[in-house]
Design a protein around this ligand. Structure first.
Ligand SMILES: Nc1ncnc2c1ncn2[C@@H]1O[C@H](COP(=O)(O)OP(=O)(O)OP(=O)(O)O)[C@@H](O)[C@H]1O
Ligand SMILES: [Mg+2]
Length: 256
């Protein structure tokens, strides 16, 4: 993989007009994610998290502000396969096998799939789905489907990975297992990652920094640096300092 690109969001503003009402989804949102870093974005429902991700992918026209992915405009970065994305509901095509779902972005980018079979096999191993290559999504558990979605997001060898609530539908135990796996995948690939989550513990466990948002207007109110050494073990979830960080973020989220 080529050296990772950073994410630079500066002064993003976006107001939606729907049914005669204006919603200020983003007000002056700036966030800098250095190459190779892991950033979590947390905030209440409707505060603009997915709007930021869509803007960073070049899918959401902005009123003002600037997005740069490794110094490129977002549409150019997406077209070049620099960015990978996985959404909350996995959104796999039910009639395609695991391997065929993972290959999909290559087809969208107009790249030949044949020469990438080795890479697809490596990704299946990376997300721990060896032996399930020919399974259909309906034959997989929710956690397995999320892992397919993450492998698919990585298939273009992106330098930047956007994850929108990838584990939102999973139970707590599976979610923690997936957190540990995601940390491993991030460390092995070095991909610059921006994760949207509602889980404070997930954010603190995974991220180098947590950007906390509030709604009305959608904005970043605080960015908290997370100091824990890596790799982080599951025991961190019961560390008093970990709980101290989580309590601080909860306080900011709830306006404390
Ligand atoms: N296409 C749209 N048209 C009108 N309003 C929109 C549109 N997309 C988003 N909004 C509004 O913008 C605000 C931010 O939406 P967004 O989806 O970014 O929130 P979110 O933080 O991702 O929420 P959640 O945690 O529930 O996914 C919300 O008030 C939403 O209703
Ligand atoms: Mg959202």
């Amino acid at each position: 993989m080529t050296a990772p690109a950073g994410i630079a969001l500066s002064g993003l503003c976006k107001t939606f007009a729907s049914h005669g009402q204006k919603v200020e989804a983003l007000r002056d949102v700036s966030l800098n994610c250095p190459a190779g870093s892991f950033t979590a974005l947390i905030g209440p429902s409707g505060c603009g998290k997915s709007t930021i991700l869509r803007a960073a992918l070049g899918l959401e026209p902005l009123d003002s502000g600037r997005v740069e992915i490794g110094g490129q405009a977002p549409q150019a970065a997406t077209r070049a396969g620099v960015t990978g994305v996985a959404f909350q509901d996995a959104a796999l095509l039910p009639w395609r096998t695991v391997a065929q779902n993972i290959a999909l972005p290559l087809e969208v980018l107009g790249r030949a799939v044949g020469p990438e079979q080795g890479r697809i096999r490596d990704l299946i191993a990376l997300v721990g789905l060896q032996g399930r290559e020919t399974a259909l999504p309906g034959e997989l558990s929710g956690g397995m489907r999320q892992r397919v979605a993450i492998a698919r997001a990585l298939v273009s060898a992106p330098q930047v990975l956007f994850l929108d609530e990838p584990f939102g539908a999973l139970d707590q135990i599976l979610r923690r297992q997936m957190n540990i796996e995601l940390q491993r995948i991030w460390a092995e690939t070095g991909v610059t990652t921006l994760l949207v989550t509602h889980g404070i513990d997930e954010a603190v466990f995974l991220a180098d920094r947590v950007a906390i948002m509030q709604a009305g207007p959608g904005r970043i109110v605080e960015v908290v640096e997370i100091p824990f050494a890596r790799p982080r073990a599951a025991s961190l979830f019961s560390d008093p300092e970990f709980h101290h960080q989580c309590d601080h973020i909860a306080g900011v989220l709830h306006g404390g």
